[in-house]
Design a protein around this ligand. Structure first.
Ligand code: BEZ
Length: 269
């Protein structure tokens, strides 16, 4: 599969769009590391008392809650189940499509961890973040970057192809090159303070098959339900020599794109 490309629709047999669904309990079990590894991004955000912050793609609110201890934070996420979980923590959270943000110059900062790569229209996201920020506001984010989970994608694409599936058409992920994302931000008017592509091999809490169940639903949906276990087993077989250690711990080749960008003080909405 291409390392970096325009996000595509999630098209499936019969022209159906298969969306990723989030089960907060399964997410906590198989992906609790996502929020834990997002803590360094909070250091870049440095939320301050009195600030209003938008957490874009807040998930179950794990990091939103950390921000809430220091500033006034609103979380938004496209998943109703995740928003329910965030609200159960007492957070201000709403179901909002990240490509349709409708806030107007109300936030001092927009924060986003491990969410932008699920949003298939990056320019719409960036335009919404721009509108949501006050002049002088900052956009601090991390998402999957070019090369992210590439070995898994290759193995998954090959396994799906053997069973009549199509990973390319199914991909809901967008993993941009730094130069590409920088150009998008600058076209909107942002001043990019930092932008880095960071390889971060990431240990999984369970089997690679569980990771696929949690994150790769759109891909697996391209083959019949009775075939999915076989596809997952084939992916594990292909990768165990590289990514499974002697203690039975799986690692995945995560690559992060991390950036800080500012909406200039003199900017108009
Ligand atoms: C990530 O956070 O990098 C990621 C999320 C979903 C699928 C693959 C990677």
């Amino acid at each position: 599969m291409a390392r970096s490309r325009q996000p595509s629709s999630t098209l499936r047999p019969g022209g159906k769009v298969v969306e990723q669904h989030w089960d907060p309990k399964r997410y906590q079990r198989n992906a609790g590391f996502v929020a834990a590894l997002g803590e360094p991004l909070l250091e870049l955000l440095t939320p301050r008392a009195g600030e209003r912050i938008l957490d874009l793609g807040c998930g179950d609110g794990t990091l939103t809650q950390v921000i809430a201890a220091r500033a006034d934070v609103t979380g938004v996420d496209a998943s109703p189940e995740q928003v329910t979980a965030a609200r159960a923590r007492g957070l201000d959270a709403a179901v909002v499509d990240g490509t349709r943000l409708a806030f107007a110059a109300v936030f001092d900062a927009v924060f986003s961890n491990a969410a932008l790569h699920w949003m298939r229209d990056p320019d719409a996201v960036i335009a919404g973040v721009w509108r949501a920020l006050k002049p002088g506001g900052r956009f601090v984010a991390e998402c999957g970057g070019a090369g992210n989970v590439e070995s898994v994608l290759r193995a998954l694409a090959a396994a799906l192809a053997r069973h009549g599936g199509d990973a390319e058409a199914a991909s809901p992920w967008y993993f941009p090159e730094p130069a590409e994302y920088r150009a998008r931000l600058e076209r909107q008017g942002f001043v990019v303070a930092s932008m880095a592509l960071i390889p971060r091999p990431t240990r999984l809490p369970g089997a690679l098959a569980d990771w696929l169940d949690t994150f790769a639903e759109s891909f697996l949906a391209t083959v019949p339900p009775q075939t999915r276990s076989m596809v997952k087993a084939e992916v594990e077989d292909k990768l165990r020599g590289t990514w499974l250690d002697a203690a039975g711990i799986w690692t995945v080749d995560y690559v992060r794109l991390r950036f800080v960008a500012a909406k200039p003080s003199e900017a108009r909405a």
